[in-house]
Ligand binder design. Structure first.
Ligand code: PHE
Length: 340
């Protein structure tokens, strides 16, 4: 009888070691340990026929066999669970596969350019002000001395909206807004998008960026404007760059001047980039027109100031030797990543 128990134990242990699924394991468990008809219960029923002297010893043997078999079945279950988990992991996550390097973003080159200009203005005590891109005719034109029917309104090729407002064609619309909402002295820069009905080509876009600078106080003169513009150009392009002021005309400044910076490609000798002139146009400028001061509630006898408008896109193009303004807005990573 004891031999039979030893055989049963050996046979079950051998099978358990080979089992790979939970279903097979449960089948084996019922077959051996099942209360009715299980191999062990059958062995137990043999107990009754034994002489009393052998009963205790046989009972002990049955229990030992049962414990050994249970331990083997538990071990098999643990082994199956482990393979299941490893299988799940292998299906969802291959730890041996080379990783993906995450793509890191960066500031757009126009934002970098603007940040640099802002740094310069801030270091001289100027504040950044932002205003609406959907503007009224009043702030875009009337307030800056461009009355209705003035031909200058045509030059701007403005986008009008059905309700009579417009997309601002320049940041000069911020001059009177800033003057009206702050007591003097005013020292601000107003960056942002501007819109004009220009056909898209390498140097024109229906949307581009300007930076308006404005300084109004008692006793501000043209010398302040020249000094500030020259310093800004050196900050943006390098200490060796020169500036020049060319007489010009804007409705909202008097006198007015075009600001040029010496060409960095040929150092002013004349080349393709500067069309042989040695100079690159930076923007418009001048002394704030008395009518603009009056529209803002300032007495032109007591206050004066300078204003200028720079093209952010143009500055970025000159600094990075970019030849097509459209590349700023096409969002091609091959272009953008060069500046990230
Ligand atoms: N608003 C002008 C333009 O868009 C530039 C400018 C700004 C000129 C301020 C003078 C003073 O061309």
């Amino acid at each position: 009888m004891s031999d039979q128990l030893a055989e049963l134990e050996a046979a079950v242990l051998e099978r358990a070691a080979k089992i790979t699924t939970r279903a097979d394991l449960e089948m084996l468990r019922t077959e051996v340990l099942g209360r009715k008809g299980g191999a062990l219960s059958r062995a137990m029923s043999g107990l009754a026929k034994l002489p009393p002297a052998e009963k205790a010893e046989y009972g002990r043997r049955v229990n030992e066999t049962k414990r050994a078999i249970e331990a083997a079945l538990d071990a098999a279950l643990a082994r199956i669970e482990k393979t299941e988990i490893q299988g799940d992991l292998a299906r969802t996550y291959d730890t041996t596969f080379p990783g993906n390097t995450p793509r890191s973003g960066g500031l757009h080159v126009l934002r970098q350019t603007l940040d640099d200009v802002v740094d310069f203005f801030r270091s001289r005590g100027f504040a950044v002000v932002l205003g609406p891109e959907v503007e009224t005719e009043y702030y875009a034109f009337e307030a800056v001395n461009i009355p209705a029917d003035h031909p200058a309104r045509d030059n701007m090729d403005t986008f009008y909206l059905p309700n009579g407002s417009l997309l601002r064609p320049h940041t000069s619309s911020m001059q009177v807004r800033a003057l009206k909402s702050n007591p003097p002295p005013i020292a601000i820069l107003a960056p942002g998008r501007v819109y004009r009905r220009d056909a898209l080509d390498a140097s024109h876009s229906f949307m581009f960026h300007q930076i308006e600078g404005l300084h109004v106080d008692r006793g501000v003169n043209f010398g302040h404007l020249k000094g500030f513009a020259a310093d800004l150009c050196r900050h943006l392009f390098g200490a060796d760059r020169r500036t020049r002021f060319r007489p010009s005309y804007f409705q909202f400044t008097e006198p007015s001047a075009e600001v040029d910076v010496s060409c960095g490609v040929c150092a002013g000798r004349g080349c393709q980039t500067c069309k042989g002139t040695g100079w690159l146009e930076m923007g418009g400028s001048g002394m704030v027109h008395p009518n603009v001061l009056r529209a803002s509630g300032y007495d032109p006898e007591g206050f004066s100031g300078w204003a200028f408008g720079l093209g952010t896109d143009r500055i970025a193009m000159l600094r990075h030797d970019i030849h097509d303004i459209r590349t700023f807005f096409e969002n091609d990573p091959r272009f953008l990543e060069q500046f990230a």
